[in-house]
Design a protein around this ligand. Sequence first.
Ligand code: GLN
Length: 263
Amino acid sequence: MKKFGIITLMLSIMLVIAACGTDKGDDTKTSSGSDSGDSGKVYKVGIDTTYPPFEFEVDGKYTGIDIDIITAIAKNQGFEIEFDAMDFGGIIPAMQADQLDIAIAGMSITDDRKKVVDFSDPYFDAGLTLVVATKTTDIKGLEDLKGKTVAVKNGTTGAQFALEHESEYGFELVQFDDSPAMFQEVSNGNADALIEDYPVIAYAISQNKLDLQLVGERLNGDQYGIAVLKGKQADVLKQINDGLQDLRDSGEYDKILDKYLAE
Ligand code: GLN
């Protein structure tokens, strides 16, 4: 009896601690507000938090265009989300392994990816650009890359573009897992150039005063979409598209972009 009493007491204490703890230190969860509540399912959303202005961390909190957009869509459509930050290259594999329901990660809509995920309507026009150090004067475009090293980020459309053009222009590839490491490599002279999404590198240069510059025209017309696992999440995809349209119609979408991009 005594033993049983102690166990009951311990269980009660644990319950109290758990109840008190729910609001603390958990800034990754976003509640959808009061209008939710049918299934109670919380969708896991994969993000790449090395990717400002779309996803980044300030004082331990996730912020950025993608974070605000998916949070607003969840609220609008009455579902709940929980963020899961990872290297960009790990996001689609994690979806396939059923560890994520949704991905929003400055992810470009491509035919290759459409084989494994379904994309929402496009929500941002990005496009790739070539970038070199500010002191570099001999690289004005892809045709100047013969014998040079080009830094790219694993699993991205930038890496794919570089792979497809490597032999044509005669450069060598170096791969990184996140964008800041790649920027560093070029600004400190270890690599000659990099390929990155235009809005991301433009933002990084303006915010961090990186010794980098954009060269040439945009290399393609990549557009961002929100991904769900192919064929499995038709309802969620519809909710995402409906929510996105509502945000556009109400002006909230423009407000979110202005918050991060207006300067
Ligand atoms: N837009 C690029 C892609 O989809 C890069 C995304 C990223 O690095 N987060 O591959």
